[in-house]
Design a protein around this ligand. Structure first.
Ligand SMILES: [Fe+2]
Length: 306
């Protein structure tokens, strides 16, 4: 049985929040699960194990720690729901909806589609999603690529909710290096979407004339309330950069975010809009906090006093 590093079920509070228990959760890039290997991890504080069956289909189950030695793959009735989407294994320890959000661009020809990185971060899932949505930090945390001083002013942009998803659009950002293949600075157009409490999608236009946007998404696997594994998904239009270039570009960005995220205090996300100073660039962050308040999420957040 292969354990994820640093797991300690004793110290991770189990989740009793139905809002997040009853969601699909991304636990691994399917192509990175070795054949016949059984991996053990946590999901919302619960020990689970997963593997790929003889037919390649993923199998997930709850681990009973009273068992000694290898955990056998249980019969079908004792397995957890499992599905493959965007190249990831998704599961649930509750009753997940029939539908998981879609990204039609994934099936378009001429795109590089892969998991750029899966990285463990000591922070709550909502903090990681909020960081993904926060344009104000780009110039300070990713200087030389996604931003640069003194270009710190963020022009106003639109935030709305469509069919339950948050959309933030018309975000224009000066960036020294917009993408892996960029050779000069330019203005990137961002559209953010939040289709799931633990997932955020960035649509990014780096060529003004292009009608196709690159997609980068953060799919967060909550190991526990304050520890995650972040899967960074790329679905970018093929150009001059190789898949390796795209992966290295994204890995550098995520590495910069990891240290910022691990210094967040508190690690759970405060939902009270007065808890942390709002600025205009945080408009999408404010919308995300409001959305989490409205759906009634308790796990990984600090709810406003009612
Ligand atoms: Fe960042």
């Amino acid at each position: 049985m292969a354990h994820e590093p640093g797991l300690d079920a004793q110290h991770d509070r189990r989740c009793d929040d139905p809002v997040i228990l009853n969601q699909w959760h991304p636990v691994a890039a399917i192509g990175e699960i070795p054949p016949a290997a059984v991996k053990e991890t946590l999901l919302l504080g619960e020990p689970i194990a997963y593997t790929r069956g003889d037919d390649g289909a993923p199998v997930v189950w709850r681990v009973e720690h009273t068992e000694v030695g290898e955990t056998p793959i249980p019969e079908e009735g004792r397995r957890l729901p499992a599905r493959t989407k965007f190249g990831y294994l998704w599961t649930s320890i509750g009753s997940p909806p029939a539908r998981l959000f879609s990204l039609p661009e994934v099936d378009e020809p001429g795109r590089i589609v892969h998991n750029a990185i899966t990285i463990g971060i000591n922070v709550s899932a909502p903090r990681a999603v909020e960081n993904f949505l926060d344009v104000a930090h780009l110039a300070f945390v990713h200087p030389g690529s996604l931003g640069e001083e003194p270009h710190t002013e963020i022009r106003d942009y639109e935030v709305r909710t469509v069919d339950g998803d948050i959309w933030a659009s018309d975000i224009l950002l000066y960036q020294p290096r917009m993408a892996a293949e960029s050779t000069s600075a330019g203005v990137a157009e961002y559209i953010y979407r939040v289709p799931h409490p633990h997932c955020a999608v960035l649509y990014k236009r780096t060529e003004t004339a292009s009608d196709r946007m690159d997609i980068y998404a953060g799919f967060v696997h909550a190991l526990s309330e304050e520890r995650i594994r972040l899967h960074l998904f790329d679905c970018v239009v093929e150009g001059n950069a190789t898949a390796g270039d795209v992966r290295r570009f994204v890995q550098t960005i995520v590495g910069q975010d990891k240290s910022i995220l691990e210094n967040q205090n508190p690690r759970r996300l405060p939902l009270d809009p007065r808890a942390e100073t709002p600025v205009r660039a945080d408009k999408s962050s404010i919308a995300y906090r409001r959305y989490l308040t409205e759906i009634g999420l308790n796990y990984g957040v600090i709810r406003a006093q009612e």
